[in-house]
Structure formats: structure tokens, C-alpha cells
Design a protein around this ligand. Structure first.
Ligand SMILES: *[C@@H]1O[C@H](CO)[C@@H](O)[C@H](O)[C@H]1NC(C)=O
Length: 977
């Protein structure tokens, strides 16, 4: 939801799709943010000084303390410029090889915010038991496995090496600078005293430390010679009071042997991050991480958006490493490539400590595992939430909802969820129904639920300041609202609900109270949402937070949160706490708990534990359609796989061609929702003319047939952290030709490769095949053959067609019976597409459970492996159980095979059949097809038609009508050639 409705209307009429619609002047550039300007000035001075530049920071070897467990060491760090200031460095090595580097000011005038990691991490990581630090004269080293960490004392430099090769280097360029807390100089002298006087004792100390810094005014040489916005900062009409003074943190992180980096969402950019520094950078500003409600954002820009995850992957053909910086304040990141094969980054944060996690890889999958061990894997969402979500600002009444549902059913279009935006509520007091338009919310929800569907209703974090609104009044009474800079009373700002206040979720007193608000039954004490049902799930919007009359449409940075911390310290974490508590609330409405669905706009590292995100208020333009894919891929890299961008674009009225192409993008997003601004024309798919309507109906059905693939992929990411959507570098880390590819990707480990068309009037495209393997067109079974060096194939996709391939060697489970909602597919039979690799083998997986409860954690699930093998003149396709082998299953004392007694879920689908098996890529007509130990089956064979190069052309296809096997059982089908 954008802040300026009226302006929104005007700009829609006047300028959309003009890409310059964003009001850039509402948001800071680096040069308008004091600490970013200081950080960039530091790197500019370093660049100018070239080899004469030296970091003033050094480690005092005499202060090193190695903990008795040997995996942790601490040491004192000093800056030669401020010898009286003490910094503490701590290094620890985790049992998975991750190195954590923390640095803070010790006994400073004030305390830096050091709790970002406590919100992001799932638990205190395990420290490795076999690390030994060896301290020498110039450095201290730890070798473990093939890795080594080296901390050089002077200047301070920390390197992670593998096989003797530098992977990550901190402060290699000397840009480390932790601005210490200072006392504010008296007003009159401030302007005259441009160069701060060296403090007492500075000279003595400077003698002890051998520094190659100029003798004349070394502080100005390093820090600059003005107190640039140290104590107060203005932006537009706002003044940020900065009572703590300068406390920013700058650090360079280099990847000497990695030429490509990915991550640090959320930005509307290519997946492989373009440069912002060095020679002729693509963008002139650094990537900004500062959660903001950016109205009509640009389709290519390093500007910040709604969420921030400070993690990146650095990649090369022989190694992938990762960096995660647990910092919750505004952060800017410059990216440069000194050579094709190296990358430097410069991180500049407004406040907080240095708390860096160096993830050694060496493969993308390893980095995903290392990051998941820190911040958690995505939760397994409710199965229905992978269906189609129909949203609009707004369905205006309960009868409107009923009519929309009826129209979907009349057209036989599948849909799972109807959404209500802010206008369901009375005066934007969330939870409170507008009784005129929604007189019967429970009946309405029951009418939706009667057809197996759900509703999602918006609950935003701004609370209308009125005593007649229980959510506000109770929060006010409990004193859990964010405070103004004075630290007294309640901060008041402007949002949809007019004069509003915001709950401070950093205050533990807000937690149980907030969760209780979602109860559908009356509480002993206080208000609860009795006019709702457990079929209603929640959408958290505006949680950056968006404040219409605040600086950069957000909260003043000097507002005060629990513990006396300023908003600036926790800004990027704020939105995550809201969706965390909301998802707990929705989960705990029932006993036993059921899986919540909570969509959030704002997010941080760890948000993957709480639900889905979407890419916010996108525009109905082709550029936004295309960048939406790249943004969803980038979110997956950062752990947040359950992501999507609004189908159709939030703003504008997409023409039918665009809408159809957008559904093709949407059905291959993990989260599939159509949404539209209040000023757009209605565009539910049933309103389209033919042939568009029929095309979209087929696309939605295609999504539903593939729900087993999506759900299986979500199970995998919930265990491994490897994203649901996998770009090429994740699939083929050694193939440099794929490093920059971000318009085609794989779905989980299903072998499905998709490349949606995202340009107008286009029916021809090329698809990159990275390996010497056959890829089959999903629909026609045409076989294409890649090469070991990678090959582009030409592909034609008319408007009703989407380029979708099955990688040879995959077995894809689908459910092909059209249904109105996913819950009605629970007992539907399966189709198995066996796509034989050139060598005749194939493999696939299927994961199923009840989709709503947590019974799967107690072994109530079915997890099967399908394997095809070709030997001599026999192809054998077999199904085996993976459930009993599932890691962790036995930990609960339960290791249920699919067919074990006691696996109630498996029992509930015991008679569900495989109704069809399609074997693609058979070299010739079979002599017989039987279930192992059974009679001949009914089958037909369509011979292949060779065309083009070796192995290309239409593949030979065997279709077995009713293979007479059940999904929960072990079986084998023998194809005799
Ligand atoms: C958030 O979620 C985690 C579970 O992932 C929980 O342990 C934590 O206490 C939650 N609460 C807050 C306020 O972040």
C-alpha cells in the first residue's frame, strides 16, 4: 500500500508506466546521509592516498586471551589516532567452520547496540572443539580442515583462507572505522575548531604504535577534517537529533578470488550485483539497506526497499563463500570489481557493533547450510498457501467476496485464498470490521471455507489513537508503544488510520498480549477477535514501519524503543518482530497449534521462520515483471524462499498480453498472488476475454497440477535452506556462463527449468542448457541437448506457451485432476513423468503430509523416492521410502515408513494410486511393461522423431494408463525393451 493515495491516482493517470515515477527526493542518497557520506569520504581518501594509505587500527598481541576451549580468542584493538579509546575484538570458530568476528568499543562513553544477532539467530552457535590458535609475532592463526583464519596485528587484518588461497579479507583496504563515542564540543567552538585537537597522551601512544600516517594532523588525514553531521542531521523538513553523536561503522570486505556476488536483498536489480564503485560503476550510489515504503519504486536501482537481509554470496568457479553481518541499523554497501575475478565491498552502517559471520562454503549448498544453521530454515508453510491467492485493494463487502468466489467456480478456475485489504476495517482500525459492508464476517469466512478455501486479512502495525479502539487502548495502558525522542509518552505519527501509534515489539510485555488479540474466543481479560475464525490468516503490511509524515516515510530515528535504544539501532529488525509475533499468534489460536500463514512486506535475516514476503508495490510494467523474478531469486539466496511479486503489478492496468505473461511468471513464483491498487480496473482472471481467459485458467491449473513439486521443494528448503528457486550458479557452480543468468531457473531439485517471457510482443527466446544432458519440453516432449561447455537453444513460445523443461534424469510427480481448491486434492491420484537422462537413469522425490498441522514433526508424512535405471534391455522404475531414513525422524523416537502402522497420514491416503506414468526418452517400443511380479499393464508408445543434432527431436514416449501401484507403497515397474 503506498502512502499517497491521491498522488498515486494522479501519477497513474499521468505518468505510469514512466519509470521515473518514484519520488526520489523522499529518500536519502548516500550523500544526504551523514554517516554514509563520511564512509564514502574515507574510501575516497584511501583511493587517493593509494599505497600510502594505512589502517590506524591494530591489535595488541599482549592482550590476546585464548579461551580454554581454544575456539575463541579475544584481544584489545586500538586506533593509533585515539590511543585512549579501547576496542575489543572477539573471534570464534563454529563447528561448521563459520568464523564469527565481533568488535565493540569497550568502556566507551556510551554503549553500542549489540543485540541484532539475538533477533536474527536461532540459537547460540556451537563452537568448534578442535581449533588451535597459534600466536606469532605478526599474527595469530588457526588452521582447521582445509581452512585457515589469520589475524594480522598491525594493521589489523583478518583473512579466511582455503587451501592457502584468500577467500575473505576484512580491512585489507584499511577502511575499518568504528567511530567511538565522544563528548560534544561546546557550540561556539564547533565551527572554528575544524580540526579536533589531539587529545592528551595521544603523542606518547602514537610513538608506541608504529604507524605510517602523516605526522601533521593524522586524524584529519583519516577521518576528514569536519564534524560532518555528527550531532544533528537535517533531511528535507526533518531534523534527526542524534543524541549519541557519531557511532557509525565502516569496514571493507574483499573477495580476492571471487568475481561475482549475489544477495543483500531487497533491491530491484540483477541477481549478480552490478558495481557501485570503482571504474565506471553501474550505479552511482551504494546498495542501501533501510526498510522503507518506496512509492512506485524504480525497476533498476540500488535504492532501499521494504526489507533488508545483510547476507551475500561471493562466487567463483571453484568456490562460494558467504558473509552475514548482523547489524540492524541503516547500512550502505559499495561493490567494485578491481579485476574480473575479484570483488571488494565496503559496508557502512549507522550504528551497532561489528558482528560478522564468514561462511566458508565451499559450495553454494554449503553456504546455505551455514546460513541456515545461524538464522534458521524456512518453515514448512500450510499446503493451501502454495495455491492461488486472489487479492485486491479492496473487495468491498462480504457479498463482493462471495460473488468473486462464485465467478471463479463458474469458470472452473482454481483459487485457494481471498484477501481483504485495509478497507474491511472500520476507520482502518484493524480487526474491527466495517459493519456496514462486512456485517457477517464469520458467515462470509465460513462460506469461503465451505469450499475448502481460506481468507487472509490485513493487520497493520499502526494503531489508530482512539480510546474506542481496544488494540490501541490496551497497548497504551500497558505502555508498550514506541516513545518519542524524549523517551516519555507515546510517539504519534500519521498513517492510514490518521493519528497513530506503534507497538514496540522489542518490549517483551507486548508479546503475549499481542498474541492473545488473535484468539477467536473471548478472553478472561481484554479484547480478542471473536468476530473472526481460524480460517482467517494474516497479512502484515506497512511494517518498515511506514509513517506518512515521518522522515523518508518512516519513523524518526531518534524515537525510543524498549531498553532505551533508538529507532536507528533496530530499524531494519523492526518489521520482522511484527511478523514473528503475528505468526505465533495465528499458530496458537488452536490447540494443538496449526500452521500459520503470515505475509510480511518488511523483513530481516531470520524472517524466513515466520512466513512469506512479497516484493511490495510494483508497477504494471514489463520491467517490473522481469525484475520481480530477479528479486525473488535474490530473496531465496538470503534464505527467504517463500516469495513472490504481485501478478499484474500493483499499479496500472496491464493489457491482456501483459497479464497473461505475468500469470506465467506468477505460477512459477513460490508465492502466487494477484493484487491491484484501488484505482485500477478490476482484473480478476475470469474477467478476461477469450482466448486470454482460457490461457490463464490453464496456467492456474498447471500451477495446481504441480503442487506436489512445490510442496516437496518447500520441504527440502525447510531442512537444508537451499532455496526453492535455484538460479544457475546454485545448480552449476562451476559454469561461469551461468553466473550472470537470472531470467531462467530451476524449481527445487525437481529438474524443472523455467524461463518466463517478460517482454512485450515476444514469442522467441533462447534458453541456456549448462550441461551435456537432454532437456525435454514439458508439454511436447521435444528433446533438446546441451553440451558440456553450455549451449543456448532457440525456443518459440506463443502467448499461451511458457518455456518449461524437464532435465533428463528427473521424475516429476503431479496431480492432474482439475480442482477448485488445493484442499480438495488431498486424495487425488498421481501422474509420474519419468524423464530419462541420456544414460537412461532418473530420480525424483515426493513429500506429502496433512498440510496444516505439525503432525509431520512426529512422523506423520509420506516421503518417497522414485528411481529409474536402465540395464541391458530393461528399464526399471521403482518407488522406495525415504521417510524412515529422514534425518531427525528417529530423534523423536519415531521413524515411520510410509506404510507403517501408526502413520495415520499415510493411512489416510493408503489407496491413492499412481494413475498414469509417462516415460520420456525411451529408445524404442517396449516388448512388455509389467509391475514387478504382476501382469502386463495397459500402455501405448509413441516413437521418437529424431531432428537436429544427436539425441534431439521428439522423444519416444511410453504412457502407462493405470500402473496399478499405490503412492505409499514400494513397487517397481519393469519395462522390457
Ligand atoms: C521470534 O521467533 C523465534 C522463533 O523462531 C522465537 O524464539 C523468538 O523468541 C521470537 N520472538 C521475538 C520477539 O523475536
Amino acid at each position: 500500500m503506498p502512502p499517497w493515495t491521491l498522488l498515486g491516482v494522479l501519477s497513474l493517470l499521468l505518468v505510469v508506466p514512466d519509470a521515473l515515477a518514484v519520488k526520489s527526493h523522499d529518500f536519502k542518497t548516500c550523500s544526504q546521509a551523514g554517516f554514509c557520506r563520511r564512509g564514502r569520504a574515507l574510501s575516497a581518501r584511501a583511493a587517493e592516498a593509494k599505497s600510502a594509505w594505512n589502517s590506524p587500527y591494530s591489535l595488541d598481541p599482549a592482550s590476546i586471551i585464548i579461551a580454554s576451549n581454544k575456539a575463541v580468542f579475544t584481544a584489545g584493538v586500538k586506533s593509533a589516532l585515539y590511543p585512549e579509546i579501547n576496542f575489543g575484538l572477539e573471534l570464534r570458530v563454529h563447528d561448521d567452520g563459520v568464523v564469527r568476528v565481533r568488535m565493540d568499543e569497550i568502556n566507551g562513553l556510551r554503549k553500542r547496540y549489540d543485540e541484532a544477532a539475538s533477533w536474527a539467530l536461532i540459537s547460540e552457535p556451537q563452537i568448534s572443539e578442535d581449533i588451535t590458535w597459534t600466536a606469532g609475532k605478526k599474527d595469530i592463526k588457526a588452521k582447521y580442515g582445509n581452512n585457515e583464519v589469520v589475524v594480522a596485528f598491525e594493521p589489523l587484518k583478518i583473512s579466511l583462507l582455503r587451501g592457502g588461497k584468500e577467500q575473505v579479507v576484512l580491512n585489507g583496504q584499511g577502511l575499518l572505522h568504528m567511530e567511538h563515542f565522544r563528548t560534544k564540543a561546546v557550540e561556539e567552538t564547533k565551527t572554528e575548531e575544524a580540526e579536533p585537537k589531539p587529545e592528551e597522551g595521544a603523542e606518547d601512544a602514537a610513538e608506541q604504535v608504529v604507524m605510517k600516517v602523516p605526522e601533521v594532523n593524522p586524524r584529519a588525514w583519516f577521518e576528514g577534517d569536519t564534524e560532518d553531521d555528527w550531532w544533528e542531521e537535517r533531511f528535507s523538513t526533518w531534523t534527526d537529533s542524534k543524541p549519541k553523536g557519531p557511532e557509525s561503522l565502516s569496514i571493507d570486505i574483499s573477495f580476492p578470488s571471487h568475481g561475482t556476488i549475489y544477495g543483500i536483498p531487497q533491491h530491484a536489480t540483477r541477481l549478480a550485483l552490478p558495481t557501485t564503485a570503482g571504474d565506471s560503476p553501474t550505479f552511482t550510489d551504494p546498495y542501501r539497506l533501510y526498510n522503507t515504503d518506496v512509492f512506485e519504486y524504480l525497476a533498476s536501482s540500488p535504492m532501499s526497499l521494504y526489507g533488508s537481509i545483510p547476507i551475500l554470496h561471493a562466487h567463483s568457479a571453484d568456490s562460494t563463500v558467504g558473509i552475514f553481518h548482523a547489524v540492524g541499523s541503516e547500512t550502505w554497501i559499495d561493490v567494485a570489481h578491481p579485476t574480473d575475478k575479484s570483488t571488494t565491498t565496503h559496508w557502512i552502517s549507522e550504528s551497532g557493533i561489528l558482528d560478522l559471520f564468514l561462511m566458508p562454503g565451499p559450495t553454494p549448498a554449503d553456504v546455505f547450510a551455514q546460513y541456515s544453521a545461524l538464522t534458521g530454515t524456512p518453515v514448512l508453510p500450510p499446503h493451501w498457501s502454495l495455491g492461488y491467492h486472489q487479492c485486491r485493494w479492496n473487495y468491498i463487502s462480504s457479498d463482493d467476496v462471495r460473488t468473486v468466489q462464485k465467478r471463479f467456480d463458474e469458470e472452473d478456475m482454481p483459487v485457494d485464498v481471498f484477501w481483504l485489504d485495509i478497507e474491511y476495517s472500520e476507520d482502518h482500525k484493524y480487526f474491527m470490521w466495517n459493519e456496514k459492508n462486512f456485517p457477517d464476517p464469520v458467515d462470509m469466512t465460513n462460506d469461503v471455507a465451505a469450499l475448502g478455501r481460506k481468507m487472509v486479512v490485513i493487520v497493520d502495525p499502526h494503531l489508530k489513537r482512539t480510546s474506542t479502539y481496544p488494540a490501541f487502548q490496551e497497548a497504551s495502558d500497558r505502555q508498550v508503544l514506541v516513545k518519542p525522542p524524549s523517551g516519555e509518552g507515546e510517539y504519534e505519527g500519521w498513517c492510514w488510520s490518521g493519528s497513530s501509534s506503534w507497538i514496540d515489539f522489542f518490549n517483551p510485555n507486548s508479546w503475549d498480549w499481542w498474541k492473545a488479540k488473535f484468539k477467536t474466543t473471548a478472553l478472561k481479560e481484554g479484547w480478542s477477535w471473536t468476530s473472526s475464525t481460524t480460517d482467517i490468516h494474516i497479512w502484515n503490511d506497512m511494517n518498515e514501519p511506514s509513517v506518512f509524515n515521518g522522515p523518508e516515510i518512516s519513523m524518526p530515528r531518534d524515537n525510543i524503543h524498549h531498553g532505551g535504544w533508538e529507532h536507528r539501532d533496530i530499524h531494519n529488525i523492526n518489521g520482522m518482530l511484527f511478523s514473528n509475533l503475528t505468526s505465533q499468534a495465528v499458530q496458537e489460536r488452536t490447540d494443538p497449534p496449526t500452521r500459520p500463514f503470515v505475509l510480511t512486506r518488511s523483513f530481516f535475516a531470520g524472517s524466513q521462520r515466520f512466513g512469506a514476503m512479497w516484493t511490495g508495490d510494483n508497477l504494471g510494467t514489463w520491467e517490473h515483471m522481469a525484475v520481480g523474478i530477479q528479486m525473488v531469486l535474490a530473496n531465496g539466496i538470503a534464505g527467504l524462499s517463500f516469495a513472490g511479486s504481485d501478478v499484474g503489478g500493483f499499479f496500472g492496468n496491464p493489457e491482456p498480453e501483459m497479464l497473461v505473461r505475468w500469470y506465467q511468471v506468477g505460477i512459477f513464483n513460490p508465492f502466487l498472488r494477484a493484487h491491484a491498487h484501488i484505482d485500477t480496473k478490476r482484473r480478476e482472471p475470469f474477467l478476461l476475454e477469450q482466448p486470454y481467459k482460457g490461457i490463464v485458467k490453464d496456467l492456474l491449473r498447471l500451477r495446481y497440477t504441480m503442487l506436489p513439486v512445490w510442496y516437496t521443494a518447500f520441504r527440502e528448503t525447510s531442512v537444508t535452506g537451499v532455496p526453492v528457486l535455484r538460479p544457475h550458479y546454485v545448480m552449476f557452480p562451476k559454469d561461469p556462463k551461468g553466473f550472470d543468468l537470472d531470467d531462467q531457473y530451476f524449481i527445487g531439485n525437481s529438474g524443472l527449468l523455467v524461463k518466463p517471457i517478460t517482454t512485450k510482443g515476444t514469442t522467441k527466446t533462447t534458453v541456456y542448457l549448462a550441461e551435456d544432458e537432454v532437456y525435454y519440453d514439458y508439454f511436447t516432449h521435444h528433446a533438446y541437448r546441451g553440451t558440456a561447455k553450455g549451449k543456448e537453444i532457440d525456443y518459440t513460445a506463443e502467448l499461451h506457451q511458457v518455456p518449461l523443461f524437464v532435465r533428463g534424469g528427473s521424475i516429476v510427480p503431479t496431480r492432474e485432476r482439475p480442482r477448485r481448491a488445493s484442499s480438495l486434492m488431498h486424495r487425488d491420484p498421481f501422474t509420474l513423468r519419468v524423464a530419462l537422462a541420456k544414460a537412461g537413469a532418473a530420480r525424483g522425490e515426493l513429500y506429502l503430509d496433512d498440510g496444516v498441522s505439525y503432525a509431520h514433526e512426529k512422523g506423520q508424512f509420506v516421503w518417497r523416492a522414485f528411481e529409474a535405471a536402465t540395464a541391458k534391455k530393461t528399464v526399471r522404475v521403482a518407488s522406495t521410502d525415504l521417510g524412515a531414513a529422514r534425518p531427525g525422524a528417529a530423534v523423536d523416537g519415531i521413524a515411520l515408513a510410509s506404510y507403517d502402522a501408526g502413520n495415520k497420514f499415510a493411512e489416510s491416503i493408503a489407496d491413492v494410486r499412481v494413475e498414469k506414468m509417462v516415460v520420456v526418452g525411451l529408445s524404442g517400443k517396449p516388448a512388455s511393461v509389467k509391475v514387478d511380479g504382476g501382469a502386463e499393464l495397459v500402455w501405448e508408445f509413441t516413437p521418437g522423431v529424431a531432428a537436429g543434432g544427436k539425441g534431439e527431436g521428439v522423444a519416444g514416449v511410453l504412457t502407462i494408463k493405470d500402473p496399478k501401484v499405490r503412492i505409499v507403497e514400494d513397487w517397481a515397474i519393469i519395462i522390457q525393451l
